[in-house]
Design a protein around this ligand. Structure first.
Ligand code: HSE
Length: 439
């Protein structure tokens, strides 16, 4: 039986995890694949360092163990792409540049299957990659690109292929969820929680991509493409991070029996997809509100089979590597996967601001009689139905209170705020903060 041969490009935390699982579980994986599976080559700039750090035989690294320049690494990568005996290339280099894109495209054109965890590249420049895989009859495995170890890609494309995903909501960034959990459960502010996340190894030294919603948006863009069969322009996806969430927001959320979470949301409606990544107040009877720490959780609502939750580790070397190895085994066992042959259309992306949600709006106002009445009257004038008005906090020089609404759009809220500003210019001491409430 023909051996299924693999090359790994990039041997950092995830690439080394793939190598280790392939070496540790070789015979079992071969049985599961119905093919002997062999790790043939690894390209890495620092073979000796990676070999020692991750306990991987140096003989597997290209270049005889010496450190490689980028030019040398590129030459070895070209050799692998032209090697007829390599069946599958694992890309764990990372980045979104032209060179990396060309490596993946060339590998597919050279009839190699490709497995990658590169969410940024797939979200931002994925169309040409999926198209090239399809044209060349090759599998593009990307389970590891969305929520690490959670089998969400396979579930949508295999298990739910007889159904239709209608709505996705999920916690897809562990760092943000760790920070929000610390703020909620330990009563600390954003800055201290971020420091704890960095100390615990979740947040990078530059945590921008995680806390700005960018990393979560990459994952949501990939899921929208798969679940709804729609190409979206990544830059059109509305993203708002957790940087502006304050202790006060968490306290109001708690009073309303909700938890603030960074929610990736997408819903298919006639002719378009409503989607955004932004902080939402999640009702406590929704499981997502109770997912704490760095854990990820994705909720799908399907047309026929209803509600499903997928929860687990969204990051980590061995965790993410296990998803890559699953793609390798599936590809070796079944050959080309068929899901990417479905037609994808480019349809309009509408951000959730234009869609009706219940909102919690926090107002910081001058502390004098009549203010609550003025604010709620302006809200009512925009035909927004109020659900609850909180008590006023008078512990600063202004009064702070929040208004929870029945479903309305952000435009209605903006119009209400504009009226308040026009009629009572001194009343608002800060820009009101509106957070959607997820039921
Ligand atoms: N940094 C991400 C997170 C994992 O915190 O969830 C990789 O996407």
């Amino acid at each position: 039986m023909k051996t299924f041969s693999i090359a790994i490009l990039g041997c950092g935390t995830v690439g080394s995890g793939v190598a280790k699982i392939l070496l540790d579980m070789g015979s079992v994986l071969s049985e599961r694949s119905a093919h002997p599976i062999e790790l043939r080559k690894i390209v890495d700039l620092s073979p000796k360092k990676s070999s020692e750090k991750y306990n991987i035989p140096l003989s597997l690294f290209c270049g005889g163990g010496k450190d490689l320049t980028s030019e040398e690494a590129s030459r070895y990568i070209s050799e692998i792409i032209n090697d007829k005996d390599i069946d599958l290339v694992v890309e764990t280099i990372g980045g979104t540049g032209d060179y990396l894109l060309s490596v993946i495209l060339d590998a597919l054109k050279s009839k190699k299957h490709v497995v990658t965890a590169n969410k940024a590249l797939l979200a931002e420049r994925g169309s040409v990659i999926f198209q090239t895989a399809k044209e060349n009859g090759m599998t593009l495995g990307y389970e590891a690109s969305v929520c690490g170890a959670i089998p969400i890609i396979k579930s949508i494309r295999e298990s739910f292929t007889g159904d239709e995903v209608q709505e996705i909501s999920g916690i897809m960034n562990g760092t943000s969820n760790y920070i929000l959990s610390k703020m909620e459960l330990e009563g600390i502010d954003f800055k201290s929680a971020l420091k704890m996340a960095q100390k615990a190894g979740y947040a990078e030294a530059d945590p921008t991509l995680d806390i700005s919603g960018g990393d979560a948006a990459h994952k949501l863009a990939i899921l929208i493409r798969l679940a709804f069969g729609k190409e979206i322009e990544y830059n059109d996806l509305m993203k708002e991070g957790i940087q502006n969430i304050e202790k006060e927001d968490i306290e109001f959320a708690n009073e309303m029996n909700t938890s603030i979470k960074l929610i990736c949301y997408a819903k298919k409606v006639e002719g378009s997809v409503i989607a955004s990544v932004k902080p939402m107040m999640v009702k406590r009877d929704n499981l997502l509100s109770r997912v704490h720490g760095a854990t990820n959780c994705v909720e799908l609502i399907n047309k026929y089979s209803g509600r499903h939750y997928f929860m687990g580790a969204g990051a980590g070397g061995p965790e993410t590597a296990s998803s890559i190895v699953a793609d390798i085994v599936f590809t070796a066992r079944y050959g080309v996967s068929v899901d990417e042959s479905r037609q994808t259309q480019r349809l309009e992306l509408v951000d959730t601001d234009h869609f009706e949600f219940p909102y919690n709006i926090t107002f910081s106002t001058a502390d004098r009689p009549g203010v609550t009445g003025l604010v709620t009257t302006a809200i009512g004038a925009q035909k927004i139905n109020i659900d609850t008005v909180s008590h006023n906090r008078h512990n600063r020089k202004e009064a702070v209170f929040s208004v929870a609404t029945m479903p309305c759009t952000m435009q209605q809220i903006k119009d209400a705020v504009a009226t308040i500003r026009k009629d009572s210019p001194e009343l608002l001491t800060e820009e009101p903060k509106a957070i959607p409430i997820l039921q």
